[in-house]
Ligand binder design. Sequence first.
Ligand SMILES: Cc1cc2nc3c(=O)[nH]c(=O)nc-3n(C[C@H](O)[C@H](O)[C@H](O)COP(=O)(O)OP(=O)(O)OC[C@H]3O[C@@H](n4cnc5c(N)ncnc54)[C@H](O)[C@@H]3O)c2cc1C
Length: 500
Amino acid sequence: MSSRETKTDVILIGAGIMSATLGTLLKELAPEWEIKVFEKLANAGEESSNVWNNAGTGHAALCELNYTPEKPDGSVDISKAIKINEQFQVSLQFWSYLVNSNLIRNPQDFIRPIPHMSLVQGEKNVTFLKKRFKALSRNPLFQGMEFSDDPEKLKEWIPLIMEGRTSNEPIAATKIDSGTDVNFGALTRMLFDHLKSKNVEINYKHSVKDIKRTSDGSWKVKVHDIDSGKIEYHTAKFVFIGGGGGSLPLLQKTGIPESKHIGGFPVSGLFMVCNNPEVVAQHHAKVYGKAKVGAPPMSVPHLDTRYIDNKKSLLFGPFAGFSPKFLKTGSNFDLIRSIKPNNVLTMLAAGVKEMALTKYLIQQVMLSNEKRMEELREFIPNAKIEDWDIVVAGQRVQVIKDTEAGGKGTLQFGTEVVSASDGSIAALLGASPGASTSVHVMLEVLEKCFAQHMKEWEPKIKEMIPSYGVSLVENPELLHEIHTSTAKTLGLSDKELVIS
Ligand SMILES: Cc1cc2nc3c(=O)[nH]c(=O)nc-3n(C[C@H](O)[C@H](O)[C@H](O)COP(=O)(O)OP(=O)(O)OC[C@H]3O[C@@H](n4cnc5c(N)ncnc54)[C@H](O)[C@@H]3O)c2cc1C
């Protein structure tokens, strides 16, 4: 039985960081628009955006070696690192605007400064890291990065990692103090609190079951009220599918041509978390290593200082694995149900191509605790099994699609916006770099879906994000200004960045 039918301007499906960001941007740009949110869980930021479900790295390409591949001629390609760093600067500016405008408070509750480091062992890897350092440190976005292959210096930077290390293999690291740890779950909740204060209707325990186009081009969303068991119908001119791993099945229900020939490849994850405060106190950095040969980019091991519930914590991982669920709270039938006549060939092609990856992920699931400890001991040689517990991380659903470069059924590792040609509906698929670039990605949604408003909105967007539409690499003065002001507002550093 239907209990409610409403009409509204905007519907946001899912209460993760993406819907939170889009809702907040829209409330600044078009305050008079009516927005409704439907979330199947009891609170905001409980799935991938939850602090325990992701690594909390403010991805700015300061330490992630997979963003700077080595080219066949031996040089290091830093173009992706530049792109991701610029996108993170967009997030920092928007969050600073929200703090300065008193729309959210206490930035230390969601963002903290933490050195970002890359660590490698072996001659070949050390040579690569040195080249990477040279290429990046010439660029204004990466100013302040240091390199060392001196074990004494490394002992100062990462005592826990250097203690008990017996190997004579060359070892080197880079370190940059402008890195961050972000609690995306806390930020998501802050943004939804703000939206609630602006009369946005947020319906928790409301699961979206179907999305259909109406005769006037709007979208009718069928919603199950979990507590009452009733079905509701809500119509909107614009719908954003921000369901995280749950976005693909909802996008498929829209039937738009852009939803066809796309599949999802779920990857699960585990973190090891240190329960010994003495060990936690000995480390202060996010230290990223190199992915093992054949391992996917999301399984790059890292040893991270995190701030969880205002407490300093130490996590290692993530260990990637295979699970057919699209959400941590999802169903074991998610993968099978996502196979449709229009994407079966794409999925089959990916299945054949990614056999090695699937095998790798299944092997990872089967790893014993002792095997996981062996991987941890590559970072902390003296690690003791009793100091570490296991926590289950969030699910990532990587996009599978047909591409010109990769052919049928190519696995994508990025974040992708899929939208209808008339801009009336958009969905966010994919994972990394994900939450860190949420503001950039939601601006992309605005550009694709509200092209007719962009001219009118541009001055406000520039007020919120001064670098909007401008390359920071080409404008070092603006970069300096932004870096100094966002660091001050967000409490990230009292050190001035010197642009040479
Ligand atoms: C192991 C791991 C590590 C990661 N590390 C990082 C990192 O270090 N840095 C970084 O920036 N990013 C990281 N990410 C990625 C980041 O977590 C995601 O990009 C981001 O949280 C996605 O936000 P979202 O709003 O799209 O999804 P979510 O936070 O998952 O929110 C989606 C919401 O939609 C709801 N929903 C789904 N289906 C329905 C439905 N039918 N009806 C109603 N509601 C629905 C869900 O319950 C959920 O609350 C990591 C992810 C994982 C899994």
